[in-house]
Design a protein around this ligand. Sequence first.
Ligand code: NCD
Length: 335
Amino acid sequence: MKHLISTDDLTRTDLEQLFGLTDNFARILERPIPKVPALRGKTVVLAFFEDSTRTRTSFDLAARRLSADVVNFSVSQSSTKKGESLRDTVETISAMSVDAIVVRHSSSGAPQQIAQWTDASVVNAGDGWHQHPTQALLDAYTIRRRFGSLDGLNIAICGDINHSRVARSDVDTFTKLGAAVTLVGPRTLMPPDLDGWPVTVSSDFDAVVGEVDVVYLLRIQQERLTAGLFPSVREYRNRWGLTTERAARLKPDALIMHPGPMNRGVEIDPEVADDDRAVVLDQVAAGVPTRMAVLYSVLGPGQFDDDGQTGAASTPEKPVETAVDRTEKHLEESL
Ligand code: NCD
């Protein structure tokens, strides 16, 4: 895996491999010194052309826990502000021999384009309405930790699907892992064309809420109200929010998820955000080992091919070494 641009790049086997690596890194993070030299000598640039605190911090910590050197490139201090083109900015960063560029950009497709201008590995940290692959990985990992697997689970994703890169990445990842996904929300916030989406759509949250194993809420942005896509915050909450009344109808072991930042009182009632079934902070916690697994997969010796294997053919005497085996060995050697 040279880049991670979209969840489309990942097969189910790749996802399972990444979860295996994430488990390893989560164990390392529980140690008194939560750091390994796995990416010592590598340089990771965090190029965030759009504001973000939690995703940037999570990638930053992940890279440091792997002993990579980290450079924060923030647009507010950058030459893009002075009119430099994205291509010149990327070529300038690449000329300093960096190994990976983690990109957040408000334009869909920017990370893909950047990958064509640099020899470094590119990791997408969210582009426009398109993709947010590491969010989907940490979401699926959080669900898997609770239920063992996503196979056969019913997951409702509620809210502003159309403008959500999280929804696009989650739908692809959750369904690839065997879950059934229902999209819930007003028609005005659904993608105009859902052909080819492996989902069911419902505009009746009350009909869905008692049946699901996971309810995943998306943030409602103020701009959508200004654009007239729903009448008022109060109306949105009443019809589409996870209110205390709706939460009372959820299964006792259902999970309540949100990528953050949450708007308490809009898509989720304040008390529901603090419900025992809400795993929003577990999602945040899963972000660091997930991003360690991704950075390690693109930069470390744990790179794997489409079969999830690292090359050599299997024989009965010598079974193929998987990326996870190899990582474990490499990590042990580096300790
Ligand atoms: C999400 C994003 O930026 O796409 N948040 C995040 O990565 N922490 C979702 C959102 O902003 O609503």
